[in-house]
Design a protein around this ligand. Sequence first.
Ligand SMILES: [Zn+2]
Length: 290
Amino acid sequence: MKEKFLKICPICNSDKLKKNYQFENFYILNCHNCGNAWRSNMYDEEKIEEIYCIDNYEDNPYFLYEIDMVLNMKNNRFKNYKQALDFLKASHIQRELLDIGCGTGTFLALAKRYGWNLTGIEISEKLSEKCKQNVPEARIITKRFEDADLEEGQFSLITMWDVIEHVIDPVEVISRIKNLLVAGGIALFCTPDESSFLAKVGKVLYNMNISSPALALHPTNHTYFFSRKGFEYIIKDLDMQVHKMYSQNAFFEHSEMASRIQKVGISMIEKVSGIADARYEMVIMARKKG
Ligand SMILES: [Zn+2]
């Protein structure tokens, strides 16, 4: 059994659900109470292991960027990292950073320049090996975050770049992150925004029976699709504060998003969305009280 059908909201337990999209092998359920959405047939731990450890996940173009590209700021992803690090620069006295799903270490390599003490967690052994070579100063743990043995209350910053939409139980994960933070510590999540302008355009096209953009915006390895309102619900429900929330320029180079025309269309929509701060990728910084 590798998939479980979730017919009650896994985040707030509401049964006020609506089927938002019907794709060939799965559908997307949306909760009216908390505003979050998820794939109907949820993966289990075995399937997660298969996706990220067995199926050559490390060959995904997301991981093909070399470390010098981080340091030379050559694309949006790295500008986004810098924006967040600049904002957080003066926030903390302690300097312990944990990056969950650290991949090849691109974010850790940049954070090193800001003086953070570095810990990374990576489920894929191959990516973890690359990360150790790229950022030898970092302590790297090769495990699923949920299974890693970490001391509570020791990190002042915990980051999850493009990861929370891949987990089986986001409430459990964010709750654990809260326990690992010092009082006043910050958790940063970057994830697609289901309430972004681009997602809305995808929905309009889907309603006109053009479903490929919507499918591309709901990749099969994403388990959850959060909206801003929905993510805020989770943070507040866990008795944390929203420290900052904003949208950033997305990084679509690695996407399965088909043609050049689609990419140009997306880039135009994203430019307009930027004016209203409603771009596809949202960043949420949540603060542990105290
Ligand atoms: Zn809900």
